[in-house]
Design a protein around this ligand. Structure first.
Ligand code: URA
Length: 241
């Protein structure tokens, strides 16, 4: 990994403008591997670098890959219109790095949301061409029956789509509950498909993306974490084949 000057390293990690990062070093607020850094122009190899600014310590991360347990009442937009943005639940370091949600969940949908500042990762996870399955748990207003499950699997025609949209799988899990797997992420897709099939979605949670399950991450509602390499492996094309 390339060596970089300390001011650039700090800026790349979200600690603010180059000017404010230089000022932090000059004030003796920055430690590298536990030692006060003497000079912002000094270069360091970023591999395995541990940085401390004031009371905040982080490992150098070239890119950010986050998972959040999205609560209801938040929008997946950086310019929300009616509810706060999911980005407001992150810390300043992540927000300063321009982390973006991978696809969108409705404001009232809960569950697994990925966020990243890696454009190629965002594209791979959200493009239907890459067939990343997303598992949703839906509650319905009226009881689920075999006709509903069959319609979701055969395909339902939504008024603004060229052809029918079908679920990759659809299983009844309770009188008013369904597990639905989709590979696309069209606007309100689960809710619109259930409505077109004659029912109404009253609650929706995304419980897995690829082979990454929310329940295995131990995230409380509204909490988020940095994905570990083993978590990212569960999202890779190899894990899906
Ligand atoms: N389908 C929906 O209807 N809403 C979501 O938030 C996600 C999938």
């Amino acid at each position: 990994m390339a060596a970089m000057s300390l001011d650039k390293i700090l800026q790349s990690q979200g600690f603010g403008s180059r000017k404010s990062c230089r000022a932090a070093v000059e004030q003796g607020l920055v430690r590298i591997g536990g030692q006060i850094a003497p000079d912002w122009s000094q270069t360091y190899s970023t591999e395995g670098l541990e940085l401390t600014v004031g009371s905040v310590s982080i490992p150098f991360r070239e890119q950010l890959y986050l998972a959040m347990n999205k609560p209801s009442g938040y929008e997946c937009s950086s310019r929300p219109s009616h509810h706060p943005s999911v980005l407001s639940l992150l810390d300043d370091l992540c927000r300063n790095r321009n982390v973006q949600p991978v696809g969108r969940l409705d404001h009232d949908t809960t569950g697994l949301l990925l966020l990243s500042d890696d454009g190629a990762f965002i594209h791979r996870q959200s493009s239907p061409k890459h067939h990343v399955p997303k598992l949703y748990h839906a509650r319905t207003a009226r009881p689920v029956d075999a006709a509903l499950v069959s319609a979701m699997l055969q395909g339902v025609q939504l008024h603004d789509e060229d052809g029918p949209l079908r679920a990759i799988s659809c299983e009844q899990t309770g009188e008013h509950e369904l597990d639905i797997v989709l590979e696309q992420g069209k606007y309100h897709q689960v809710k619109r498909m259930l409505a077109a099939a004659g029912n109404h979605c009253t609650a929706l949670e995304r419980v897995a993306i690829g082979r990454l399950y929310l329940k295995d991450l131990g995230l409380a509602s509204g909490a988020w974490m940095h994905l570990l390499p083993e978590h990212r492996a569960l999202l890779s094309p190899e894990a899906l084949s």
